[in-house]
Design a protein around this ligand. Structure first.
Ligand code: AQP
Length: 336
């Protein structure tokens, strides 16, 4: 059972990225190894180029993201961890998959609609093509599972369609991967705007909790989280109560409990203030060791580069085999 996922080196990683994705990577590397396979994780710098970005900062953001993932518990001895642009097979496979992707497929992607509306200057062709590169990221490794947050559901559905389309047209070469979203915390919402997901580019500053925020800032953001004016306050999950539901989800995910456990424990709370403080404490308990380890790892860019470089070699060995098969069945390149 092979697992693949990627994370962008854009901005600062937030609690949604952490609970929705990074926690699953760390767990996935162990599960894959237990099944005699490997978890493959990638900092997707090419995806970060699809929107306006600062070239002078890109490498530093890759190191930031790599250090967060290592601090969270990714172990390069157990998994394969690398930078997307170091493995050119991703972009080559994206081109090949583009041949079986329709313009209509890409036009339906919600994320393109949202992100293109936020671009002030150029809406790049790469932003439109992004889901095809994401499909290539996963299909190049014949991965069985893709751990992501709920916002990536549509992209994973497209990559499954493309793998099925490819296999039907050219022969059974690609694995059709399964989506893996966490049972709790697949969609962490903005603390100030709990109808919108916590987001690097689309969220509010006060409502976005960053992995590297200090404990006091985390507590302040939770204390100010939007709830509702129910009197008496009701600490239950309910679509009509998005702020409270989000806090229950975060508390459950951060403390490894179910929603029901959290609701039961909070039944005796005096008000939303108790829920906010309990959630901040659970998030700080989760992130404190990550921040500490990050502070040790981040300054040594040579060591981070060495980890990413070694990972890229292992990744390339797998992806290049897939590409040999893909080229052969598609009739591309010299006679096999
Ligand atoms: N709010 C969220 N709740 C749960 N999971 C989330 N993810 C993102 N937001 C949430 C998951 O984090 C992983 C890495 O995401 P990414 O950094 O590659 O970028 P993204 O998916 O585009 O989300 P961002 O970071 O918030 O950027 P914006 O919104 O600005 O584009 C993915 O698995 C994602 O599902």
């Amino acid at each position: 059972m092979r697992i693949f996922s990627g994370i962008q080196p854009t901005g600062r990683k937030h609690l949604g990225n952490y609970i929705g994705a990074i926690v699953q990577y760390v767990e996935g590397q162990h599960r894959a190894a237990e099944h005699g396979d490997v978890g493959i994780f990638c900092v997707v710098d090419l995806h970060a180029m699809t929107v306006a970005y600062d070239p002078a900062e890109m490498r530093a953001r890759v190191y930031d993201t790599a250090a967060i993932l290592l601090a969270a518990g990714l172990d390069p001895e157990r998994c394969i961890f690398f930078r997307q642009s170091d493995v050119p097979e991703h972009t080559e496979l994206a081109w090949h998959l583009g041949a079986i992707t329709s313009h209509g497929d890409l036009n339906r992607m919600h994320q393109f609609k949202e992100k293109s509306a936020r671009q002030r200057d150029l809406v790049s062709a790469d932003l439109f093509f992004y889901p095809v590169l994401m499909a290539a990221d996963v299909l190049a490794y014949r991965a069985h599972e893709v751990p992501v947050g709920d916002d990536q559901r549509q992209h994973v559905e497209l990559m499954r369609d493309l793998a099925q389309r490819f296999n039907a047209r050219f022969g059974d070469e690609l694995v059709v991967p399964e989506l893996l979203v966490p049972a709790t915390g697949a969609r962490i919402m903005d603390l100030q705007a709990p109808d919108s997901k916590m987001s690097t580019t689309g969220g509010t500053a006060e409502g976005t909790v960053y992995v590297l925020d200090d404990a006091k800032t985390v507590e302040k953001k939770f204390k100010r989280a939007v709830t509702d004016s129910d009197d008496p306050p009701r600490i239950v999950r309910d679509p009509a109560k998005p702020g409270v539901t989000n806090l229950i989800d975060i508390l459950a995910a951060a403390s490894g409990r179910t929603h029901a456990d959290v609701e039961a424990e909070m039944a005796s709370a005096r008000g939303y203030g108790d829920l906010k403080l309990a959630t901040a404490a659970a998030v700080n308990a989760l992130l404190d060791p990550v921040r500490e380890r990050y502070a040790q790892l981040r300054p040594d860019e040579d060591a981070l580069e060495a980890v990413l470089g070694a990972g890229a070699q292992k990744a390339r060995a797998i992806a290049s085999e897939t590409l040999v098969d893909v080229r052969r069945v598609m009739g591309v390149g010299p006679r096999p």
